[in-house]
Design a protein around this ligand. Structure first.
Ligand code: FES
Length: 130
């Protein structure tokens, strides 16, 4: 198996059997975001304990890249601090996925990370305003 085939297989496994799929009842924060180009959606639910992501789940509909990436992002985020998650760069996620994606497919891959980071920054703002 080539490296690319292996990476494709990993992403497709996440798509077919997503990790952390579902809702969290009484989340600390949640956010639904769309890819404006295609209308596909990812909704993230986060449960924080202090500054740490104790649990994170998602629901969504869309292409294998967006939904597979959402599963990978939730795995990545669990147990991390809010600051660590805010520090995850788009390139880090694209490298983790490890597939050559054109600009429009990159948007698919980054939708879940953008949703999670927006969700957490919204929370920070709400805390500041409290
Ligand atoms: Fe819609 Fe990928 S085609 S998110």
């Amino acid at each position: 198996m080539t490296d690319e085939e292996e990476k494709t297989e990993i992403l497709m496994d996440h798509y077919r059997s997503p990790h952390n799929y579902g809702r969290i009842e009484g989340p600390t924060a949640q956010l639904l975001e769309y890819n404006p180009v295609c209308g596909d959606a990812v909704q993230m639910f986060v449960k924080l304990k202090g500054n740490i992501v104790e649990d994170v789940k998602f629901i969504g509909r869309g292409c294998s890249i967006s939904q597979g990436s959402a599963s990978m992002v939730t795995d990545l985020a669990k147990g991390k601090s809010v600051d660590e998650i805010m520090g995850i760069t788009p390139q880090f996620l694209l490298d983790l996925i490890g597939l050559p994606l054109g600009p429009s497919r990159e948007k698919c891959a980054l939708l879940p990370l953008n949703t999670l980071q927006k969700c957490l920054s919204k929370l920070n703002r709400e805390n500041v305003n409290r």
